[in-house]
Design a protein. Structure first.
Length: 76
């Protein structure tokens, strides 16, 4: 079994956290000015959570996240 680093999000941990992450929903009774689906495409919540855990555990700055792990964020 491979050792999991302290900042990595294991499957077991994600199963506990996932129900707490809000999912974006539009209220069908409300009138919106913009069409649904506009703007940036949403990023996977697990990868965002993994990046947050990395920053909290390592103390690095958000812009200093390693690009080889978190290139999907396109920060900077």
């Amino acid at each position: 079994m491979a050792k999991i680093q302290s900042w990595e999000v294991s499957d077991k941990f994600w199963e506990k956290v996932e129900p707490l992450v809000p999912s974006p929903k539009r209220d069908p009774a409300k009138t919106y000015k913009r069409k649904s689906g506009g703007g940036r495409k949403p990023m996977p919540p697990r990868q965002i959570f993994a990046a947050i855990m990395f920053v909290l555990r390592t103390g690095c700055q958000w812009k200093a996240l390693p690009k080889e792990r978190f290139d999907f964020l396109k920060i900077g």
